[in-house]
Write a protein that binds this ligand. Structure first.
Ligand SMILES: *Cc1c(COP(=O)(O)O)cnc(C)c1O
Length: 409
């Protein structure tokens, strides 16, 4: 068995990164400043986006963007239930109604068909999620939205580095990237809103900083009126320069990170070809893309073992896992308050019961993947990785533990 715990995710931070953050701390300017401005430019250069606004989280960026689009009471916003809760919380906080589109069972992405099924005259926006770093069929979703005057916001939290038909995702309308520690690049915490509508992006800029339209750095360095006034009540969602400098350094390494993630993901895929009932995500069909592999998600579809038992058994074997995500419409607040796709959410529910993220981060080795796969084979009592005596002991142990789990709940 593996001696050291293998977490399911871990940021890659170098001594030079620590030095760079230290340099900002020593510089006398630690909040939003030149590193924010540079990060915004570099995100535009990397992705091809027209404009970028750095914020303190992806969630904060989504809040500004939804409000800037005027989303409010009476509006419906279509998004999957298989996503992080933040988007749906914001739709609700703004007084609008989240409408859940089902996902493709294999890729876990919303499709033009599942989105179309949710359209009503009240639909104001669609938020497709590029789950795990694989892109949705964005052109087809725009083809539904544009003629009806509906906004599309790509939730690209998992997808910085993902290409769709040769272009970076998030460059067509507006999108939000996240720099949370488990995403493809991290700033500690942080997010970036990108978009091509200048008036909309200006509103986002205002909302992220008290509704002033300019932040402290603009006022000091760019000679703008020091008595800037509130044009709309706004938030305090700006990013510190300690975070921004880290985000910049990570962005410079993104291609290296994604190469490593892809190599590891492909190695995982090879291993799972021979393990029944542990199902990796399928690749979207019908369009050209390059995934950024933020998560390596599998579905535990075994008659003898639930997903929760699988996660607990891996933890005992020093393998960390994550759960991305528990369907939102199954959670307390939303059970009574959301609208689901007319045909129901069968694929979302099937995945919500089975989904589990396995360890995937750039510093992992193929040997680590071997450890994960060996632990899974062991949990499933498949031959191949532990001696017969060891197998027997582990089997007895796991039986006891499953029993304990069953008894508990
Ligand atoms: C992480 C995540 C977010 C939010 O990003 P934060 O930077 O953590 O606020 C939004 N959507 C999805 C799908 C995510 O995984």
């Amino acid at each position: 068995m593996r001696k050291e715990f293998l977490p399911f995710s871990k940021p890659s931070i170098t001594e030079e990164d620590i030095q760079a953050v230290g340099d900002v701390l020593r510089s006398g300017w630690i909040t939003t400043g030149k590193h924010n401005a540079a990060l915004e430019q570099e995100i535009c250069a990397y992705t091809g986006a027209a404009e970028a606004v750095a914020v303190c989280s992806g969630t904060a960026g989504m809040h500004c963007l939804l409000q800037a689009l005027g989303i409010g009471p009476g509006d419906e916003v279509i998004t999957p239930s298989m996503t992080w809760v933040s988007t749906v919380n914001l739709i609700s906080i703004l007084g609008a109604t989240p409408v859940f589109a089902d996902i493709d069972r294999d890729t876990m992405l919303v499709t033009p068909e599942t989105v179309a099924a949710c359209l009503t005259p009240k639909t104001k926006a669609i938020i497709p999620v590029h789950f795990a770093g694989q892109p949705c069929d964005i052109d087809a979703i725009y083809a539904l939205a544009e003629p009806r005057g509906i906004a599309v916001i790509e939730d690209a939290a998992h997808a910085i580095g993902t290409r769709y038909k040769g272009r970076h995702v998030g460059t067509r309308g507006s999108a939000v990237y996240s720099m949370h520690p488990i995403k493809n690049i991290t700033a500690g915490e942080g997010g970036v809103v990108v978009g091509s509508d200048h008036a909309l992006m200006d509103k986002v800029r205002q909302l992220k900083f008290h509704g002033l339209g300019v932040d402290a750095f603009d006022r000091q360095t760019q000679g703008r009126a020091p008595q800037a006034e509130v044009v709309i009540p706004g938030y305090k969602y700006n990013l510190t320069d300690m975070c921004a400098v880290l985000g910049r350094r990570q962005l410079a390494r993104l291609d290296e990170f994604d190469r490593k993630r892809t190599e590891l993901a492909q190695y995982y895929l090879e291993q799972f070809r021979t393990i029944a009932g542990i199902l990796p995500l399928g690749a979207p069909q019908g369009y050209d893309f390059t995934p950024a592999w933020n998560l390596f998600a599998v579905r535990v579809d075994r008659p003898d073992l639930s997903r929760n038992e699988f996660m607990a058994a891996l933890k005992q074997r020093n393998i960390g896992t994550g759960l991305h995500f528990r369907a939102i419409h199954s959670q307390k607040y939303y059970r009574e308050r959301t609208v689901n796709a007319p045909g129901g959410l069968a694929n979302t529910e099937w995945n919500s019961d089975r989904i589990c993220s396995l360890p995937l981060f750039p510093e992992m080795t193929r040997g680590d993947v071997d450890d994960v796969v060996a632990a899974i084979r062991d949990v499933l009592n498949l031959p191949g990785n532990a001696g017969p005596d060891c197998q027997k002991v582990i089997r007895r142990q796991s039986f006891r533990n499953y029993r304990a789990l069953w008894l508990r709940g």
